[in-house]
Design a protein around this ligand. Structure first.
Ligand SMILES: [Zn+2]
Length: 245
């Protein structure tokens, strides 16, 4: 796990493949239940993360490449099975982690004073505006200055798409059309997400690099097809000002 370096007291991490119990091709810290991995292993991986981060609970979404954002007010179990149609999560409750998963799509973590958010941003989500929606919901929950950290995802040099598709995404998210190493059309999710967020007054950093190019560190759907999901997790510490776990 890598610390996302969010402004304290908010905390965030990006998980890698390392440290879990799943077998190939999900080895090893697969956090997703929808990719044909054994459910007990995914649950164990999720429990391991909750224990390591010292969380009271961890919320997941049933991600559908949309722009649905849910506010988490509490959890009945330590790890939620997933809220329907959710590609963004927001909470003001300390101790509850928000998880957004990907294997090329970007996990994006956002933090403000007393409010945190997380988003799953692939090509469709970028175009549908899941990030502006998370920012809108965070502000409705009282967020002032917002900082965001964009995690690992497929890069613009790797993410080849047909020119028409790149054009559609560019229209919805200017700055996202790019070119691969081979000179073909691509989408740069990070560039598009960065421009969307900065346009809303959000301070943005990126960490983690390209999922497709780092097979030892990250899952990549484009590279491997059947594979696991790593993720980004953001939370407010159980007690404001408490030492980091
Ligand atoms: Zn790449």
């Amino acid at each position: 796990m890598h610390d996302a370096g969010l402004p304290l007291p908010a905390r965030g991490v990006f998980t890698t493949r390392a440290g879990g119990v799943s077998l190939p091709p999900w080895d090893s810290l697969n956090l997703a239940v929808h990719v044909d991995d054994a459910f007990a292993k995914v649950q164990r991986n999720r429990d391991l993360v909750v224990e390591q981060l010292g969380l009271d609970g961890l919320a997941f979404g049933k991600q559908v490449h949309g722009n649905g954002v849910r506010v988490v007010r509490g959890l009945s179990k330590k790890t939620s099975r997933g809220l329907d149609d959710t590609d963004g999560l927001v909470t003001t409750v300390p101790g509850i982690g928000l998880a957004m998963l990907g294997a090329d799509c970007l996990p994006v973590l956002l933090a403000a004073d007393g409010v945190v958010g997380a988003a799953h941003v692939g090509r469709p989500g970028l175009a549908k505006g899941v990030l502006p929606e998370v920012v809108r919901v965070m502000r409705a929950e009282g967020a002032g200055e917002i900082s965001a950290v964009i995690g690992p995802g497929i890069c613009g040099l790797c993410y080849e798409v047909p020119p028409s598709m790149a054009g559609e995404v560019e229209k919805a998210a200017p700055g996202s059309r790019a070119t691969t190493r081979q000179g073909t059309t691509s989408v740069d999710l990070t560039a598009g997400a960065t421009r969307q967020l900065t346009g809303l007054g959000v301070a943005v950093r990126t960490v983690g690099g390209c999922t497709l190019e780092q097979p030892d560190l990250f899952f990549s759907y484009r590279r491997d097809g059947l594979t696991g999901r790593h993720g980004g997790i953001v939370w407010l510490p159980p007690q404001s000002g408490a030492p980091a776990p």
